[in-house]
Design a binder for this molecule. Sequence first.
Ligand code: IYR
Length: 253
Amino acid sequence: SRGTQNVIKKGGVGDDDEEEEEASNLVEPLWPDDLQHVPYPHIKLAPEESLRRSNEFYELMNKRRSVRFFSSDPVPREVIDNLIRTAGTAPSGAHTEPWTFVAVGDQEIKKEIRAIVEAEEEINYSKRMGSQWVNDLKGLRTTWVKEYLTEAAWIILVFKQTYGILPDGRKRNHYYHEISTALAGGILLSAIQNAGLVTLTSTPLNCGPQLRTLLNRSSNEKMMLLLPVGYPRHDATVPDLKRKPLDEIMAVV
Ligand code: IYR
């Protein structure tokens, strides 16, 4: 029978198209009743300084592009650690931190990932997706061949944990796991850009279960993003796309 805690369904807002397993047993609260609250340290910036910084950060982020041509120049493990630490600062439902980041630097595993992704993408491009999809993507010049998966120094795979598993095997609800992990993904993209590296935000279709098995993840973990991370090839190109101007993405009330 379903416990009262399941009144809140699935991962939260925006998840209504997902069929996902839920924790159904009552488990201990996340925190002791007397969890301490401590002062929030804050240093107030002058408005001009806020303006300067907001502009500088926009300029940095506006240079971010999805790059599909990577060099094999190495990226130190410590950098990858910091990127993932930063992603892990994202807010999450009830601070459940419902994510796992798998950083793959091993060339053989990268080859296996590439084989899985290319086999599925070949089917996607040739039969699974319709002609509208293929036509919409033409300008990006993507194909099912994914050289970047073996060229980039690292591949980071972002998994959401649809529930937590306690040491005794019982399941704990992970509230809003979808949006929480998506937010962590956005922070990860920002951290990659800030570190002077490039990535490609990919969501390989139909590869999740195979990649989960390859990487020994458990069944509560669902792949959300696959990011090659590294340096661009010296002759890398990107499609000449423009971003919507502010007045098309913003309404002020
Ligand atoms: N996933 C495929 C196709 C693809 C789909 C979209 I939507 C894009 O913005 C880019 C590519 C691939 O990676 O080739």
